[in-house]
Design a protein around this ligand. Structure first.
Ligand SMILES: O=C(CO)COP(=O)(O)O
Length: 143
């Protein structure tokens, strides 16, 4: 576990207002983490909360989801806040699924909607108490 845990904040277009509202409401709590975001989500968060330190990756459809998935696989992420839009078709649906799949494989704390995100952000697991390693228990698939 790094000294400062890193959280990823990602939202589909229909959920970006909800993510901005979440970031505003929890600005003080989020400020103690390193934050990474997909490109457009990160831009919206920084507009609303210029004091937060957010590293913007590529936009989701251009590889941002995969960049965050790689961070999970490399043990560089401690939590994923991903406000998904379940009502719209996505050109990068396979990337969305791949990101959520890796979060499950690596037992990453993950919130897919604002009410779960509120609970997760309050949890001790995100405050430096996560003790499990980043290596998933996948038996023969672990190599
Ligand atoms: O598409 C996304 C997640 O799948 C989010 O990407 P943007 O933040 O760049 O819109």
């Amino acid at each position: 576990m790094p000294a400062t845990p890193t959280l990823a904040l990602v939202a589909h277009d229909a959920k970006k207002d909800a993510m901005v509202e979440f970031a505003r409401r929890h600005q003080d709590k989020l400020a103690v983490f390193e934050l990474v975001s997909t490109g457009t989500t990160g831009g919206r968060i920084l507009e609303a909360c210029p004091d937060l330190k957010v590293t913007r990756l590529k936009s989701g459809p251009l590889g941002g989801d995969q960049q965050i998935g790689a961070m999970i696989a490399e043990g560089k992420l401690q939590g994923l806040f991903f406000f998904v839009d379940p009502l719209s078709p996505m050109p990068h649906d396979v990337d969305v699924k791949a990101l959520m799949r890796l979060a499950v494989v690596y037992d990453m704390p993950m919130a897919l909607n604002p009410s779960t995100a509120d609970i997760l952000l309050r949890s001790a697991r995100l405050q430096g108490l996560k003790t499990t390693s980043a290596t998933p228990e996948v038996g023969s698939l672990s190599s």
